[in-house]
Design a protein around this ligand. Structure first.
Ligand code: C2O
Ligand code: CU
Length: 701
């Protein structure tokens, strides 16, 4: 089936026309002609197709009508050009009035259709007959809102106010703020963990911990000290490690974890991605009560899938997880049995960020989360808990890097310029076909596994590169943060048994294809990700309205930290809405028999006051992403978390093989706190659907 096009009715289209359609208007010489361009996500293993610099990658389908025929070799050719005509990309010659381009990565562009004397030519010569502008061209400058320099200087003090609140530092690239906002504070009290950093033991780096079948690990969450940008701060750590110990388990094993809560917050441990028994899922309010400070809980972990997982709290993650409670879990099995032949080492890298002021972290909200709209985006980026991550490697060494994103809200776009990267696997298993990649785009909750080969001696930085709208201009700007560095030595690594090449896994491909076929005849549901606002300050709402003429597919960077800080989970209601029944969040009442298949469409409403990308996560099951914006996915893999940019939709095929009550939610910590979670029931044979209302609040809602 052909992917949907602009001009089709919205219901059939699966994406927002304002963001993905571009009308073509005729030049004076071509009166009567018309056309349109459908913008489609380029093929990509990631939730957003983008370049290593974070520029979205699109495929353009250009259609034109009403153009007089030209005699060959003359013909009509479509081009994408940058606003200042500094770059142009030939999209192709129109045949029967249409052409589909290869991937195009331009932040802002015009589309031109020209009448060329020779349609095979590679340079644009002919006169334009149709033209249009990319939706991103409507980007508005924030210059009108600039604060006078004095107010700005005052606003730049990031020490605690009498209220106890510290204002988040402005982004260095965003020297403007809507006037009147500088006096505002979130409508909750500030909260910081008690104690002095100096009196706490410094957290250690994560240690690899192998668990054999039947083993029980004691996992203690307790305060510790961490040093960020040279500042000692109070953190929470698992077993004195930040992030916590990397647990290694063999596929199919059953192991136990006794969690002991020595923090000041009610806790629980969620085993993200594991298809285990629901009573051990750690979903506070749904499958267990929060473990009070001083309490403990015994978890039974089953690991049917080989893959890369992680664990974290599931009550007030916006604070507890942000303070350092996050760690990785690797399940080894048949799918990576070839690893010793293919890689020298296997490392788990947990990406995170922290929002730091001059006197330590910006406080969290006591009664409810702050940053409820945007999520709390930190200004210090960390790898395995440190802002100075270092790795020593040998020349030619191949290192398996398992990335997980534990940030509250930040989508990372990491790369290792100078290393070759082979994409091997994602959340719950490998790709059927591996790919060379030059970056990894990873949303909160997701995992991607790449094998990096360090070819030449020298320093290879690990960078986060993004391209974001510049708040003070109409243009875009590249922002690069260096997360760490790999020092590649002169000494060569011993040769590996297998060459550094791409593998294919036909058995995995067959299993994916078999699973995807079950989409026909599966139960169908559609969720809309949307937003309701109750009482936000008027000035803030006005400033936000200016911002929504066009929206970034992903807001990579927190360029407006003050505005992002103010809204709390009390004022903001993020919504998962069943499009058929209108039921929302906690009142969703889906139940399916075990073994059923669910075709789930998740669409992200672009017509809200704060459209943004949401990482959608389902507990205890696995799914395939079959299509994005109606375009069938090129490479399938089992996942539990997928990024859904605004105005787009994803089509998921969900396996419902694991009975129990399972939460699904947006993985932005502040969005769960703002209501963005629901649950589904997978019924055991003979079991009946539970009655509603069922209390699975996360405390406070
Ligand atoms: Cu990692 Cu409910 O999530
Ligand atoms: Cu969200």
């Amino acid at each position: 089936m052909a992917p949907p096009r602009c001009g089709e009715p919205a219901a059939a289209r699966a994406f927002d026309a304002g963001l993905f359609c571009l009308p073509l208007l005729p030049a004076a010489s071509a009166e009567g002609a018309s056309g349109q361009v459908t913008l489609r996500p380029a093929p990509s293993p990631f939730g957003l197709a983008a370049t290593a610099a974070g520029v979205p990658e699109l495929v353009l389908e250009v259609e034109a009508a009403g153009l007089p025929p030209l005699a060959p070799p003359a013909g009509y050719v479509a081009w994408a050009v940058t606003p200042m005509f500094t770059r142009e990309v030939r999209l192709g010659a129109l045949r029967a009035g249409r052409v589909t381009s290869g991937p195009v990565a331009l932040a802002q562009f015009l589309v031109l259709v020209t009448a060329e004397p020779d349609a095979r030519g590679t340079a644009r010569r002919g006169r334009p007959v149709l033209r249009g502008t990319s939706p991103s061209m409507v980007l508005q400058p924030h210059g009108a809102n600039a604060l006078p320099p004095r107010a700005l200087a005052a606003a730049h003090a990031h020490h605690a106010r009498p209220s106890g609140w510290t204002m988040p530092p402005m982004h260095p690239l965003a020297p403007t703020m809507p006037p009147g906002l500088e006096q505002l504070e979130p409508a909750v009290a500030p909260w910081l963990p008690e104690g002095a950093a100096a009196s706490l033991p410094e957290a250690r780096a994560p240690e690899a911990t192998w668990l054999a079948p039947g083993d029980t690990l004691e996992l203690v969450a307790a305060p510790a000290r961490r040093t960020v940008r040279g500042q000692p701060v109070v953190a929470y750590a698992y077993n004195g490690q930040l992030p916590g110990p990397v647990l290694h388990v063999r596929q199919g094993a059953r192991v136990f974890v006794r969690f002991v809560n020595r923090t000041a917050l009610p806790g629980a441990v969620h085993w993200h991605g594991l298809r285990l028994v629901d009573s051990s899922d750690g979903a506070v309010g749904l499958t267990q009560a929060a473990v009070p400070p001083g309490g403990s809980f015994l978890y039974t972990l089953d690991v049917p899938d080989a893959g890369t997982f992680w664990y974290h709290p599931h009550a007030r993650e916006d604070a507890a997880q942000d303070l350092g409670l996050a760690a990785m879990l690797v399940v080894h099995g048949a799918d990576d049995a070839d690893a010793p032949r293919r890689v020298h080492r296997d490392l788990a890298l947990l990406l995170d960020d922290l929002l730091l002021g001059d006197d330590g972290p910006i406080p969290w909200g006591r009664e409810a989360a702050t940053h409820a709209l945007m999520g709390r985006v930190g200004n210090v980026l960390t790898v395995n808990g440190t802002d100075r991550w270092r790795l020593a490697a040998r020349r030619g060494e191949v290192v398996r890097l398992r990335f997980a994103n534990a940030a509250n809200a930040r989508v990372f776009n990491v790369s290792l310029p100078g290393a070759r990267l082979r994409l091997v696997a994602t959340d719950l298993g490998p790709y059927a076909r591996e790919h060379w990649v030059d970056h990894v785009t990873i949303a909160p909750g997701e995992r991607y596994v790449v094998d990096a080969r360090f070819e030449a001696p020298g320093a290879v930085p690990l960078v986060n590169r993004v391209t974001a709208p510049h708040p003070a201009s109409r243009g875009f700007l590249e922002v690069v943060d260096t997360l760490g560095v790999v020092e590649v030595g002169d000494e060569p690594a011993p040769p590996l048994a297998a060459p550094f090449a791409l593998a294919e896994r036909p058995a995995v491909a067959r299993a994916h294809a078999r699973a995807a076929r079950a989409a026909r005849g599966a139960a169908a549901r559609a969720l809309l990700l949307t937003l309701r606002l109750d009482t936000l300050p008027f000035g803030l709402v006005q400033a936000m309205r200016l911002d929504t003429a066009w929206v970034m597919p992903v807001e990579w960077a927190g360029l407006m930290p003050m505005m992002d800080w103010l809204p709390t989970a009390r004022e903001v209601r993020w919504v998962l809405r069943d499009e058929a029944t209108g039921r929302e969040n906690r009142t969703l009442d889906w139940a399916f028999p075990a073994g059923a298949r669910l075709r789930l469409r998740v669409a992200n409403d672009r017509h809200t006051l704060h459209p943004m990308a949401h990482p959608f996560h389902l507990h205890g099951q696995r799914f395939l992403v079959l299509a994005r914006n109606g375009v069938p996915e090129r490479d399938l893999a089992w996942k539990d978390t997928i990024l859904v940019p605004p105005g787009t939709s994803v089509e998921l095929l969900v396996e419902l093989d694991n009975p129990g009550r399972w939460m699904f939610h947006c993985h932005i910590a502040e969005h769960i706190e703002s209501g963005m979670h629901g649950a589904l029931t997978v019924l055991r044979p003979g079991e009946r659907a539970p009655a509603l209302p069922h209390d699975h609040s996360l405390g406070g809602h």
